[in-house]
Design a protein around this ligand. Structure first.
Ligand code: GDP
Length: 579
């Protein structure tokens, strides 16, 4: 598993304090090289006439911008210092940003990115400060006009035929939903451990740590959770992502938390998922309270966001001695509910299992109490999900999940999943809403270097010829030949979670959050057929599907069919598809 692969960047010590969990953050060779360059710049600055002094941070910031070119960094710093001396202004070095720690949203985004192995160690709340610094530095550099255009040759590959030739495994993402404590993390940890997606030494380390605090069963959950704060609390507060593979498919798990406060994180997960795994705690009392709790809200949410398939893991069956009647009772009630939520029977499957013991997860249970079950294991059910037909032939669309400094060789990188179309090294891409172009210098698919990538794949693009200030998570990457347009209002079909009235709302699309308002209630619709039930309703009650018009304060890149969520006052009030 690769969730801890960390790219090399230099940061303040306290960045490490907050996020370091024992992994070496920088390639020793890169570190040594950066040190050498830093020493060289400092000595050239000191030896110049007049001699110039700069801090190590300033030098390394300049080296970062000039791809470690010592001469350019020296020239830049000399000119900057001379200018500053002229103006008698304090140095505009890397400002110390004071923060009170990352917000929950930032924790999620950080966790999610580092889980994918994409991310630097910057706490997200510092990123903004750093972005400002970057912007300042970039504009300084712009004034000096020494930013060079990087030429990257395209091989002009026919990417779709390359993809067809390559026999790559299917790529599928799923989101894990269910009530808090249903056993989601344990179950996913079990999948990763049994499919050898996590190395045994790490697992052993977690087992020992968990036993030390008297919570041995938590070890599996920690495979997914990360950070000591969460470990101490024993709850999954982020949307962590990890990968495992079967013979035909590479699965990415987007583990969602069951806490009410963390619905926005689940939205981030669901907006990238091909299907959902709903974890139900079958134990007496917990099943009943789970059903009243987040189970229903989550299921409705993922359905209204366009997910069609759900695999239901009826978990903790060990606590009810694998009782067949219990399983059937749960199966009946949950499927009735899922069908009312709009899932089709053929797209729902149920597996009795135990995350703790591993029964019916990757191997069939040998417990005689469950001999009555003849269906597949959880993994077999996941594999039975039909490969999602990703839109390869459509125009390129990739929503930026994260913008980061990849490494010394890759000073500006973005990560995300390609929603549609394909791309290759050398492509000129267009980012919206900024409308700026960038060149793809190189790229990675599932963390392996590649010359091209197609819809459905999780990628990291290393970019050139663009200023980082034009790139933000939530922005959309496309080709200039078929750009996405920025819109400021749209019609959507949503499921109401709360009463909907013309009112202010926040519009969420994956990582994109924009303020706006519901401007019109067009009609309420039949959940199954989608036919109009009532035109121009005054109010849409919870549980009802409706067509509404939403206006936004700023134009943003959105187009149908896109999954969107509306929130107000910290609550999800509706979710659905843009029409
Ligand atoms: P999450 O909040 O849904 O991620 O739930 P966790 O994975 O953290 O599990 C919650 C609690 O249930 C922990 O104490 C687990 O050890 C326990 N648990 C998880 N799976 C099972 C299971 O299959 N059987 C039993 N008996 N307990 C389980």
């Amino acid at each position: 598993m690769s969730r801890h692969r960390v790219k090399a960047v230099s940061y303040d010590d306290d960045d490490y304090d907050e996020y370091d969990d024992g992994y070496d953050s920088q390639d020793p060779e890169e570190k040594e090289f950066l040190e050498e360059c830093t020493r060289e710049v400092l000595s050239q600055l000191a030896a110049g006439t007049p001699s110039v002094s700069a801090t190590r941070d300033e030098v390394q910031e300049a080296l970062w911008h000039y791809y470690n070119d010592v001469e350019k960094s020296v020239n830049y710093l000399k000119s900057k210092k001379t200018k500053e001396a002229g103006k008698m202004k304090p140095a505009a070095g890397k400002a110390k940003v004071t923060t009170t720690g990352p917000s929950p949203d930032d924790v999620v985004l950080n966790a999610q990115s580092s889980a994918k192995g994409f991310k630097s160690k910057q706490p997200a709340s510092k990123t903004q400060g750093d972005k400002k610094d970057q912007a300042g530095l970039a504009s300084d550099m712009g004034n000096l006009s020494v930013i060079e255009k990087v030429n990257v040759k395209s091989k002009n590959l026919d990417v779709i035929s390359e993809y067809k030739k390559s026999k790559r495994k299917n790529a599928m993402n799923f989101v894990v939903i269910g009530h808090v404590d249903a056993g989601k993390s344990t179950l996913m940890g079990r999948l990763l451990a049994d499919l050898k997606a996590v190395d045994q030494r790490t697992l052993e380390k977690y087992r020992r740590e968990a036993e030390k605090i008297g919570k041995g069963s938590f070890a599996l959950a920690w495979v997914l959770d990360q950070g000591s704060e969460e470990r101490a609390r024993g709850v999954t507060i982020d949307v962590a992502a990890s990968k495992f593979e079967t013979e035909n498919t590479v699965f990415t798990i987007l583990d969602s938390p069951g806490h009410r406060d963390f619905v926005p994180n689940m939205i981030a997960g669901a907006s990238q998922a091909d299907f959902a795994v709903l974890v139900i705690d079958s134990s007496i009392g917990n099943y009943e309270s789970g059903l009243k709790g987040q189970t229903k809200e989550h299921a409705l949410l993922v359905r209204s966001m366009g997910l069609q398939r759900v695999v239901v893991a009826v978990n903790k069956m060990d606590t009810v001695q694998w009782n067949k009647d219990r399983f059937e009772e749960i199966e009946q009630q949950v499927s009735a509910f899922l069908i009312t939520a709009g899932f089709q029977t053929k797209n729902i499957s149920f597996v009795p299992c135990s995350g703790i013991s591993g029964d019916n997860i990757t191997r069939r249970s040998e417990d005689p109490n469950v001999s009555w079950y003849t269906g597949g294991t959880l993994v077999e059910e996941l594999e039975a999900t039909e490969a999602y037909s990703h839109a390869l032939e459509k125009p390129l669309r990739m929503t930026i999940g994260d913008v980061f400094r990849g490494s010394i060789q890759h000073p500006l990188s973005i990560s995300g999943r390609i929603d549609a179309g394909c791309l290759q090294i050398g492509d000129q891409v267009y980012t919206m809403p900024s409308g700026e172009t960038a060149t793809i210098r190189s790229l990675e698919v599932d963390e392996e270097p590649s010359e091209w990538a197609v819809a459905g794949q999780n990628v990291v693009l290393h970019l050139a010829n663009i200023d980082p200030i034009h790139l933000r998570s939530g922005d959309v990457v496309c080709h200039a030949s078929a750009p996405i347009t920025n819109i400021s209002s749209f019609t959507c079909k949503v499921l109401a979670f709360d009463h909907l009235l013309p009112s202010m709302v926040d519009i969420h699309r994956g990582r994109l959050h924009v303020p706006g308002r519901i401007s019109r209630l067009v009609a309420t619709l039949d959940k199954g057929s989608g036919n109009v039930v009532k035109k121009k309703p005054k109010i849409v009650p919870p549980g009802v599907v409706a067509r509404i018009v939403v206006e936004m304060d700023h134009a943003v890149p959105l187009e149908a069919p896109t999954r969107i969520v509306l929130r107000a006052g910290g609550d999800t009030i509706a979710a659905g598809l843009l029409e």
